[in-house]
Design a protein around this ligand. Sequence first.
Ligand SMILES: [Zn+2]
Length: 77
Amino acid sequence: MRVVLLLALVAFVVIVLLPLLRRPLARGARRPVAVSDELVKDPVCQTYVVRSRAVRGRGADGAPYFCSEECASRYVS
Ligand SMILES: [Zn+2]
């Protein structure tokens, strides 16, 4: 009988308490603002664009960044 109670207690801890303990950790583990999400400036129209959505230039590191293909082609010419 004791074993059953012990198992019930363990099951209670696993089912009820562990998710409660994990929640703050999951919140802390939420990915920080990625480097690719920082704002970059379009040198043609001076607009700030999220880097992951920006059109990349032809530099070695993909810079400079542009808001659109139009600005990218305008920068080259
Ligand atoms: Zn632009």
